[in-house]
Design a binder for this molecule. Structure first.
Ligand code: P6P
Length: 287
């Protein structure tokens, strides 16, 4: 099989300009909810359909799944084939407010639901002032500029800075477990708040400036908000490959093995010292 991972990310980059160009016409909210219970935007479903069309026929892709589809779609039967798991438009609620959003990609080497340890590549497209794509594979993370034609320019390797600068945590403060809130109060003394409502934009701040991003388990929702298969595990793969660390509060997110396709997990990624301090601050039973 030709390099399937290259083919997947070539297809994602090629589709990126079309996704970005279509956002203005797909800002409306639908009456539907996705399998996670999130209200869907037209843009969520439209991006999912487009990205499915661009990836389902790639030789070596056996399964396609996304946040917007209830079940995995079998699209191939290649020996040793891969599963592609997408959040087609992460942070889609930012479209209405004209803030960054993007696409999250996980490539697993076994059927879904699959553990973080079965990731062979992960990446994201970020629709910001420019369109960029970050790809983690073969122990390296690289960033690419994506042109209006979908052509990519390699901007070089991505490595997490040793010193943390920024932090961002989701959920409402009154809904944070006390031990987590106490940890954040300490973090606030040293780091600058960067939280924009789209995970991949906030994670890219951490990749560039160092620090920590997370969405904790909440008092009202102990598993937090982020989906393991489509958001947490791919982002953990990227950040750990870039020299950082990840955690669900007790272990690396790459040791998490979802049993349900749309299950959620507390999610923390960033500079390894900060993640270690976070794990030490959280009693095992809360996250
Ligand atoms: P909140 C977007 O809906 C998302 O899944 C992530 O991209 C983002 O980090 C989080 O939810 C934002 O959640 O509760 O701050 O709106």
């Amino acid at each position: 099989m030709a390099d399937v991972i290259d083919a997947v990310f070539d297809a994602i980059a090629d589709a990126a300009p079309e996704v970005r160009a279509g956002l203005p016409d797909h800002r409306a909210t639908r009456d539907d909810q996705n399998a996670s219970g999130d209200t869907q935007l037209e843009a969520d479903v439209w991006a999912d359909d487009l990205l499915f069309d661009r990836t389902e026929s790639i030789e070596g892709v056996n399964w396609y799944a996304s946040e917007e589809r209830d079940a995995v779609v079998t699209v191939g039967d290649a020996e040793g084939g891969y599963a592609v798991a997408l959040d087609p438009l992460d942070g889609s609620s930012n479209v209405k407010s004209n803030n960054p959003c993007g696409t999250v990609v996980g490539v697993y080497d076994q059927p879904l639901p699959a553990p973080g340890s079965s990731l062979v590549a992960a990446g994201f497209v970020l629709y910001g002032p420019t369109t960029t794509m970050v790809v983690a594979r073969d122990d390296t993370v690289r960033e690419y500029l994506v042109s209006e034609t979908g052509a990519t320019t390699d901007l070089g390797p991505v490595e997490l800075p040793a010193d943390p600068t920024v932090y961002g945590f989701g959920g409402r403060v009154p809904d944070w477990p006390p031990a987590f809130e106490s940890f954040v109060r300490d973090v606030e003394d040293d780091l600058k708040l960067r939280y924009g409502g789209a995970m991949i934009a906030d994670v890219n701040q951490v990749l560039v400036y160092g620090g920590v991003f997370g969405y904790p388990g909440l008092e009202s929702a102990p598993d937090g908000k982020l989906r393991a298969q489509f958001e947490a595990l791919p982002i953990a793969y990227i950040v750990e490959t870039a020299g950082g660390a990840s955690s669900d509060g007790t272990q690396s997110l790459l040791d998490v093995a979802p049993t349900r396709l749309h299950e959620r997990t507390p999610t923390f990624v960033g500079t390894d010292d900060v993640i270690a301090a976070l794990d030490a601050a959280l009693p095992d039973h809360t996250n």
